[in-house]
Design a protein around this ligand. Structure first.
Ligand SMILES: NC(=O)C1=CN([C@@H]2O[C@H](COP(=O)(O)OP(=O)(O)OC[C@H]3O[C@@H](n4cnc5c(N)ncnc54)[C@H](O)[C@@H]3O)[C@@H](O)[C@H]2O)C=CC1
Ligand SMILES: CC/C=C\CC(=O)/C=C/C=C\C=C\C=C\[C@@H](O)[C@@H](O)C/C=C\CCC(=O)O
Length: 263
């Protein structure tokens, strides 16, 4: 889990994550008897409080926090190696780290898109069956903005469209190459998290379009975090899902068919 601490995954981590343990463990033969989780994030403050809570519930031996900035290749590489050394394998990667600020758009591309690509390529060094791995599944957190444009956030939209496109292409490349690694993406609507706070201040040169964004929030409503985590586990545990984009709305979730230029 990268960028998992606050927001979408924190609040529901306990309830949903371990509820799917048996289904997730059943996917691979070398998983052992319990789900173990490495939480990688650059926010140490948030990490410490969550780790205390989770450690009390599930024991220290099943949890690992690693400070990691997805913009830094060596930190991601070291975090995955530490995870391998601690737990003996990596079967599920969730690329969840993301930021929203149209004023720092190059950083947004670096975290939201380049960070997903970097972590995917580095985890394949451990997951890829052609490199001695056991295979696995990667779930990239995109957004509904990865499917349709958010007018007030053109670069955030670009980063999320990039995540969807990379997911679909990487899935096909993995399947055709025999890596044994499925790659899917999660496309939630609005979720009440830190990233969703103070939206006008995050729109940079497009803050004058904040009213249109508010209308979208009213139109789409707010998705519960548990709905996002349930969708995540559907993409992890359903082995038929590969190259999938799962849209999570307030009232339902549904898959977005891939578009082909020859359709
Ligand atoms: N909140 C929302 O309405 C929606 C959020 N998303 C996506 O969900 C993902 C999670 O975001 P939220 O939980 O909403 O926001 P959040 O701000 O609450 O959590 C984001 C997490 O990513 C971490 N992070 C940020 N930059 C990082 C970096 N360079 N290296 C490592 N970790 C880093 C943060 O420390 C934080 O723990 C993001 O990719 C976001 O784009 C998608 C759709 C809707
Ligand atoms: C401002 C960003 C806040 C949080 C991050 C995030 O990723 C949230 C995304 C939530 C929803 C995005 C929806 C995008 C919709 C667009 O692609 C168009 O489909 C909307 C166009 C029209 C809708 C209004 C209408 O139909 O009248």
């Amino acid at each position: 889990m990268i960028g998992a601490f606050v927001g979408i995954f924190e609040a529901q981590f306990s309830q949903c994550f371990w509820a799917h343990e048996e289904a997730a463990l059943g996917l691979w033969t070398d998983c052992g008897s319990s789900l173990q989780v490495a939480l990688l994030d650059m926010n140490k403050t948030e990490a410490e409080s969550l780790m205390q809570t989770l450690t009390k519930q599930y024991g220290q031996e099943r949890l690992l926090f690693l400070h990691c900035d997805v913009e830094q290749e060596e930190q991601v590489k070291a975090a995955f190696q530490k995870t391998m050394d601690t737990f003996g394998g990596i079967h599920i990667l969730c690329n969840n780290a993301g930021i929203l600020n149209e004023s720092t758009w190059e950083k947004m591309i670096s975290v939201n898109l380049v960070g997903v690509i970097r972590a995917t390529y580095l985890v394949l060094e451990h997951m890829n069956k052609l490199k001695g791995g056991q295979g696995g599944v990667i779930v990239n957190t995109a957004s509904l903005a990865g499917i349709g444009p958010l007018v007030s956030c053109p670069v955030y939209t670009a980063s999320k469209h990039g995540v969807v496109g990379f997911t679909r292409a990487m899935s096909a490349a993995s399947a055709l190459s025999g890596y044994g690694v499925r790659v899917n993406c999660l496309c939630p609507g609005f979720v009440q998290t830190g990233l969703f706070s103070n939206i006008p201040a995050r729109l940079g040169p497009f803050s004058h379009l904040k009213d249109g964004t508010q209308l979208l929030v009213e139109k789409f409503g707010i998705v519960n975090m548990s709905q996002v985590v349930e969708a995540f586990f559907e993409l992890v545990t359903d082995e038929t899902k590969d190259g999938a984009a799962l849209l999570v709305f307030q009232q339902e979730r549904k898959y977005m068919p891939a578009v082909s230029v020859t359709d």
